[in-house]
Design a protein around this ligand. Structure first.
Ligand SMILES: *Cc1c(COP(=O)(O)O)cnc(C)c1O
Length: 360
């Protein structure tokens, strides 16, 4: 068996230890004679899995007690509708910072349910930076301010949070979940799809401060009502059981690594190796303002589309896969989530140096 170096933006690679454990437990989970895929979501065995996953989230992310941790479906994209339906509930308006496609989609969806306002955008420079804002830019009557904290496609990240005063701050953290310490208490809601850094596709984790709950619009479908999901401990209907189980294994793996601080230190090393190379290369260039660079998603270009394509082709043949940039952006992108080891990035950089030498 040979595994590739997988730089997919999502669904993305998982830690090998997790895959091996899942394989070993596939036919018989902890002596119960069934796979987690086959058991009732109301069983004692599954109840322990989902409760363990929740408590690991709380422990690793230091989630305050007045926050709910929900295990939902529908991906991040479903939350683009759930968020306005649940939270545009006082003045029916919300403020958005547009830093890429995902923020834009969230904004467009919210605009269907209330007054969505763009406070700042980096569309003018192909989302290659994070726009600066001050407290005065936001509408004091906004029900919330919405950001996408790490922009998977463009490779930017909010290095610091916008000053929003007392307005609840809601953030899509899909592609940076569990990759670095974040202070959950600064947010009203953080959420993300699992397939970037937590588990296979099918699970969306939503962390909500309790006072935000209970005022959903009347039109809100039951399945999108966070209060209903919170009241039922994410078991109103059948949850994505197997994905929640893999999520639990990943959380245990993070704990084994030394927790989020340790994983973060590793992520900083990986990102530095890659950015240092890009900053010194005469062929490959980073597309992102230095101070706004993501630790997880690193887009780069040669400036020549044919050369980009040649690079992706040769990299793939050499076992470095999923390096093609997003279909809307082109170029290349290396996603270096938690599961990517330092040596994977070192190997990639060595390959890029060889390619540069051979093609210049
Ligand atoms: C991938 C991604 C999404 C979309 O997630 P789905 O689960 O496919 O709906 C939204 N936001 C961010 C930041 C993403 O990276």
């Amino acid at each position: 068996m040979s595994r590739v170096y997988n730089f997919s933006a999502g669904p993305s690679m998982l830690p090998e230890e997790v895959l091996k454990k899942a394989a070993a437990e596939m036919l018989d989970y902890e002596g119960c004679g069934q796979s987690v895929m086959e058991m009732s979501h109301r069983s004692k065995t599954f109840d322990k899995i989902i409760k363990d996953a929740e408590s690991l989230f709380r422990e690793l992310m230091n989630i305050p007690d007045n926050y709910k941790v929900l295990f939902l479906q529908g991906g991040a994209s479903t939350q683009f509708a759930s968020i306005p339906m649940n939270f545009m509930n006082k003045n029916n308006k919300a403020d958005f910072i547009i830093t890429g496609q995902w923020a834009k989609k969230a904004y467009q969806e919210a605009a269907r349910y209330g007054e969505a306002r763009v406070v700042a955008s980096s569309a003018d420079k192909t989302f290659s930076y994070i726009p600066k804002t001050t407290a005065d830019d936001f509408d004091k009557d906004a029900d919330y301010v919405y950001i996408c904290m790490n922009n998977t496609i463009y490779g930017t990240k909010f290095a610091s949070l916008p000053e929003v005063g007392d307005i609840p701050l809601i953030a899509d953290i899909s592609s940076m979940f569990l990759s670095e310490p974040i202070d959950v208490s600064k947010f009203a809601v953080v959420y993300g799809g699992a397939q970037k850094n937590i588990a296979p596709a099918g699970l969306t984790v939503v962390i909500i401060r309790e006072d935000m709950l209970g005022n959903a619009m009347d039109i809100t479908p039951t399945m999108l009502n966070y209060q209903v999901m919170a009241d039922n401990d994410s078991l109103y209907n059948t949850p994505p059981c197997y994905t929640i189980y893999i999520c639990k294994l990943v959380l245990e793996w993070i704990k084994d690594q030394g927790g989020i601080e340790a994983v973060y230190a590793n992520n900083c090393k990986k990102a530095k190796i890659l950015y240092d190379f890009l900053d010194n290369s005469k062929m490959f260039n980073s597309t992102v303002a230095t101070e706004d660079r993501s630790l997880m998603n690193v887009p780069f270009v040669t400036g020549n589309e044919e050369l980009d394509a040649k690079f992706v082709k040769e990299a793939t043949a050499a076992g470095f896969v999923n390096l093609k940039g997003h279909r809307s952006f082109g170029g290349m992108r290396a996603s270096i989530y938690n599961a990517m080891q330092i040596y994977g990035v070192e190997k990639l950089v060595a390959f890029m140096a060889e390619f540069e030498a051979a093609n210049s």
